[in-house]
Ligand binder design. Structure first.
Ligand code: ADP
Ligand code: 5GP
Length: 210
């Protein structure tokens, strides 16, 4: 029986630990993480084609025009978007795909793929969020402030998500995230083919064919 891939969208405040969670999750389990395009500058250690496809604004805008993105959004002065081809190919091949994107993009994805699973990753509290952002040391205090302001706006959209996952202990967060996606596979709506197959088998048995 062919198994349909689950499209999971992971969002959360900047500094919540989404990137850290994705790395740990992918190390342990078999998920396909979509690599986004962005116009933001690479952070130290980030590699083109690994963390992001780092593009100029012109190149990004031509991707928008040629409809190569599933969704895109502006976040604190930069464009971010999800390339369409990879996600569609992986889902068709039955793979579980994860998008790690901000809220406007997540809601657009939900419109296009209503069966998408939306997870919101949060730190245990906002004092911890600020100390993670400062501790990461990749942004100026001015940008950190903008990202925290953005978090206040984002909080009002948490209710549109399917699950809130607290990233306190990282390993626990990895296991919870994996378990939620595993459970999604067991939903009746994800198992229409299985139900049809079982029903057909029962019918065949009743008619003495097996
Ligand atoms: P995001 O991708 O959500 O912006 P990051 O993954 O870059 O966040 O994490 C922000 C900072 O918090 C990093 O320095 C990271 O090492 C740290 N961090 C992530 N998860 C945890 C955790 N569970 N406990 C403590 N620190 C964490
Ligand atoms: P960062 O600059 O910290 O890597 O990412 C900033 C924000 O952009 C995060 O909330 C991240 O989830 C989001 N983001 C990353 N890629 C995409 C994308 O393809 N589309 C959208 N809408 N947001 C994205």
């Amino acid at each position: 029986m062919s198994r349909k891939g689950i499209l999971t969208v992971v969002s959360g405040f900047s500094g919540a630990g989404k990137g850290t969670l994705m790395k740990a999750l992918l190390k342990k389990y078999d998920y396909e993480l979509s690599i986004s395009a962005t116009t933001r500058a690479p952070r130290e250690g980030e590699v083109h084609g690994r963390e992001y496809f780092f593009l100029t604004r012109d190149d990004f805008e031509s991707m928008i025009e040629s409809r190569k993105l599933i969704e895109w959004a502006e976040y604190v002065g930069n464009y971010y978007g999800t390339p369409k081809e990879y996600v569609e190919q992986q889902l068709e091949a039955g793979k579980d795909v994860i998008l790690e994107i901000e809220i406007q993009g997540a809601l657009k994805v939900k419109e296009i793929f209503p069966e998408a699973l939306l997870l919101f990753i949060t730190p245990p509290n906002i004092t911890e969020l600020k100390s993670r952002l400062v501790g990461r040391g990749t942004e100026t205090m001015e940008t950190i402030k903008k990202r925290l302001d953005r978090a206040s706006e984002e909080a009002s959209y948490m209710e549109y998500y399917d699950y809130i996952i607290v990233n306190d202990d990282l390993n626990e967060c990895v296991e919870t995230t994996h378990q939620v996606i595993v459970n999604e596979h067991n939903k009746v709506s994800q198992n229409k083919n299985f139900i049809e197959a079982i029903t057909a088998e029962l019918k065949a048995m009743k008619e003495g064919e097996i």
